[in-house]
Design a binder for this molecule. Sequence first.
Ligand code: SF4
Length: 364
Amino acid sequence: MAKNNPNNEMASGFRRKLLSWYEQNNRDLPWRREDDPYRIWLSEVMLQQTRVEAVIPYYQRFLAAYPTLEAFAEAAEDDVLKLWEGLGYYSRARNFLQAVRDVRAHYDGQVPADPEIFGGLKGVGAYTQSAVCSIAYNVPLAAVDGNVKRVICRLFSIEGELSKAHVQKEIEVKAQSLLDRERPGDYNQALMELGALVCVPKAPRCHLCPVASYCRALAEGNPGRLPEKRKKKPLPVVELTAAVIVRDEGVLVRQRTESLLQGLWEFPNVAAGRDGETAAEALQALLGVKVRLGEEVMRLSHTFSHLRWEMTVLRLTIDDVPPQNPPWVPVDAARLERLAFPVIYHPLLEWIKKQWIKEQSIKE
Ligand code: SF4
């Protein structure tokens, strides 16, 4: 046990050292220059499960399009998904839009400072509630993200897998006990920054750590072993066959209604080998018209947090218009540019664009 383990007596020294390190070492990130609660909230939504470097350009484009809460509340969901395209976890964008519309409708356009009210908005979980309320309104709540969990685990040498409820609880209690109640927003950001820059997952840089003298895991000699990691199971793989059907009116696509990637657009696709059907039979059943398979266009893959898609894309010809129209709609080049597609389809969209340009130049 470190001689200065952060208990009540030591906590004020711990906070002082952490905050002073943060003042000298924090990264200049666009949301740290903001005091508008809407803009702070947006950053926290985008940063969930996503790296800072990936978020920055999205954050800037988003605020250029919707600089205020009022402007965003007026946005069309399709336009928001287009701006979010490639950032992943699209339910964040849909929930944020719904929550902002509720703020405009019920709270006079002011992001609620009361954590109970704010936490009741669509998509606002415990982390977002604490982060936004502490940073925007100085509410003394500890924000516990993945970085903070790791730091707290090491500081207090907490054993057990992070996924266990009792481990989560212990981390939350310790995090709240350490919180600087005078400057909760700065303190929360400082602890997250420590996790991002110094107390990193694989090889913590303890020689640079401003609170090393408080760290029990360091005193025990092997801080990198915490938090305990769950053995990763291999991800299930879903094999898909997708079809490019180009007709005079455009290429056939539909808007997804499934919870995964809801609201984004996609090409006709089927799971390979389901119920012994061939891909042609399954695509025929999906579209409701006779199909003729053409050559393979490309193979694509995408890994989600919980599964992996492996996709073979084929050219497909149909003589009749699919009877279900919608959902299957032909889309021309100009409209295709404006629709949001999952990242897996982006190489295919490029390919279609090139085909169209080629065909256009042959006609001319
Ligand atoms: Fe993390 Fe090392 Fe600092 Fe402990 S001393 S908090 S393990 S960086």
